[in-house]
Design a protein around this ligand. Sequence first.
Ligand code: GH3
Ligand code: MG
Ligand code: MG
Ligand code: MG
Length: 323
Amino acid sequence: IQTLRHDEPRTYAGGKTILNLDQKVSILSVEDKDRDFAKVKRILQDHRQLKLTRTKSIEDAFERLEKDRFDLIFLDYMLPDGTGLDFLEAINSKGVETPVVVITGQGDELIASRIIQAGAYDYLPKANVSGKALLRIISNALEKAGLKREMRMAQEKLAEMSVRDELTGMFNRRYFQEALEREISGAERYGHGLALCMIDLDHFKQVNDTHGHLCGDRVLREFGRLLDSSIRKYDVGCRFGGEEFTVILPDTTLEKAVLLCERFRERVKAHEFTYEGLVLRITTSVGVAARPNGGETTGKQLVELADKALYRAKSQGRDQVVA
Ligand code: GH3
Ligand code: MG
Ligand code: MG
Ligand code: MG
């Protein structure tokens, strides 16, 4: 078992191992035997940056974990109200991410491998408890926890990126499709209607042709900000593609949606878009469709309806909302 081997501690000073840590480290020791706890405490007491707290049972440990934040848990295996495995199971199901190192008298390989499988970061037989071993294990566990945290953050960022449009930071078309299906199901379940708006910038090609693509990008970004700040918390604003945007308005009637879009159209018209000293004015055309409570319109049909309304808004002269 690879995790049972440890790298050598990184820092030595006059033969004595010192922990290479800047910040304070708060450790919770879950240990019912006074003698075993006293040994760990004695070993670690010289290290000012380590703060050791003790509980004697699983139940007390969880009580402490709810109150205080710990960087690391030292876990004994045999406890009055369960085993180390029970503790690991409970901590996993509660989603607590504090790293756990098992320090136990039950020094057998089978238990060790089970413990690691259950999510413990490391395992140390009580017979091997020494200053060097403890410091090594603390620094390894904290490093591993840090890497895990970084990995989770990177994953979260990736997930976020996959639903966002790069230019405007608004939700992308993929997200829009999912959100529309979700909102329709929600509307059915809770018995309300919903509306959909298709918003397209008027004569946007001219902006690119006259002032360049970078200026066009800038206008789109600014437009996205304007749209995002014009909709309500539960509305879903997306960049559908190019210079076309959609907004899903949950629990909204067609009349109400038209009103909201009118207000937005006016706001855009009054807005001064700026780019390198230039001031630009833009207008928008909006197509609105709604699915009334109890209606049977599908997401695809709703998009088609809003798109048709948008086409009419364009052909009737642009700068208008059509339902
Ligand atoms: P209409 O009023 O009929 O909508 O006219 P329009 O010029 O806005 O429409 P058209 O579909 O002819 O042109 C859309 C333009 O939007 C063309 C395309 O280059 C531009 N566009 C699409 N995506 C982007 C982008 O990400 N950045 C920039 N700068 N331009 C974009
Ligand atoms: Mg015990
Ligand atoms: Mg356009
Ligand atoms: Mg377009």
